[in-house]
Ligand binder design. Structure first.
Ligand SMILES: C[S@@+](CC[C@H](N)C(=O)[O-])C[C@H]1O[C@@H](n2cnc3c(N)ncnc32)[C@H](O)[C@@H]1O
Length: 256
């Protein structure tokens, strides 16, 4: 198991609480509604996590598969009947094993990796392999690959790419909840190496540390990712930042 997946095991119990404070579902649902036509019927949410982005309410009449490499994230999804009912099948599958999922379940009309998920790849070669597997083995002709990532930038005076507006390595309180007797707080702290942003999350209950998880995100300019997607046989249908959405989204259509 890679390090990010191990971190999702630790962080899974707090993930939904964290996302409940960030409302991303509506802008991404709007984008998917614009991009998908009735011909895009079989969909794969290849980083479904806990199913938190509830975009499928907006996509009736489709057959939606979910897959994710984290057993724990999927367990939380399956435990929520409303979210679980949006998926026809939920399959535990790391991205490197997607070709076997395609062999077992057939090709799709659209494959998504949403919520800054694809940035968890270790390097560009890994990203290229996933995109190529989707193109060659996973998508029907005319099928769509849709994913999003941060719009990493070189800030004025900076020496490398960073998350816009977050060049300093500061620890921030991102969530404080006191629903009952217990006070839950989640902090995050980011740092950078040459091509990754590394974020540590710290969870505290009544001031006592109860969990810690580290995630890494590959930083690559959207322009470079667009070229990569085109180079394996996709035509770009959309690239940009949807209104009120924190990530840069790219949609490529599989062309023959
Ligand atoms: C930021 S979460 C996004 C989840 C969901 N799309 C959402 O927006 O709430 C990223 C997801 O990618 C999954 N993931 C990360 N690396 C993976 C890998 N190598 N193979 C399969 N899934 C992976 C994680 O388990 C996690 O559920």
């Amino acid at each position: 198991m890679n390090d990010n997946l191990a971190s999702y095991s630790t962080f899974a119990p707090y993930y939904r609480t964290l996302l409940s404070h960030r409302s991303h579902a509506e802008p991404i649902a709007r984008l998917l509604t614009e991009l998908l036509t009735p011909a895009h019927h079989r969909l794969l949410d290849a980083a479904c996590g806990q199913g938190n982005l509830s975009y499928f309410e907006e996509l009736p009449g489709r057959t939606v598969y979910g897959s994710d490499g984290s057993h724990h994230m999927i367990e939380f999804l399956k435990a929520d009947p409303t979210l679980a009912s949006r998926y026809e099948h939920v399959i535990e599958c790391e991205w490197k094993a997607l070709p076997s999922l395609f062999r077992a379940h057939g090709k799709f009309d659209a494959i998504f990796f949403l919520g800054n998920a694809i940035s968890h790849v270790r390097n560009l070669d890994e990203l290229r392999q996933i995109v190529a597997d989707c193109r060659v083995r996973g998508l029907n002709d005319g099928g769509l690959l849709i994913f999003d990532m941060r719009e990493w930038r070189l800030e004025d005076g900076g020496s490398g790419l960073t998350e816009p507006g977050r060049t300093e390595n500061v620890k921030r309180l991102i969530l404080r909840e006191e629903p009952g007797d217990v006070c839950l707080q989640i902090f995050d702290e980011c740092r950078y190496n040459s091509d990754h942003q590394i974020i540590d999350y710290y969870v505290e209950e009544d001031g006592k540390p109860i969990a810690e998880a580290e995630f890494s995100y590959l930083m690559v300019r959207p322009k470079e990712v667009i070229s990569l997607v085109e180079s394996v046989g996709f035509e770009i249908r959309y690239s940009g930042k949807p209104d009120n959405y924190p990530y840069f989204a790219i949609c490529g259509e599989a062309i023959t």
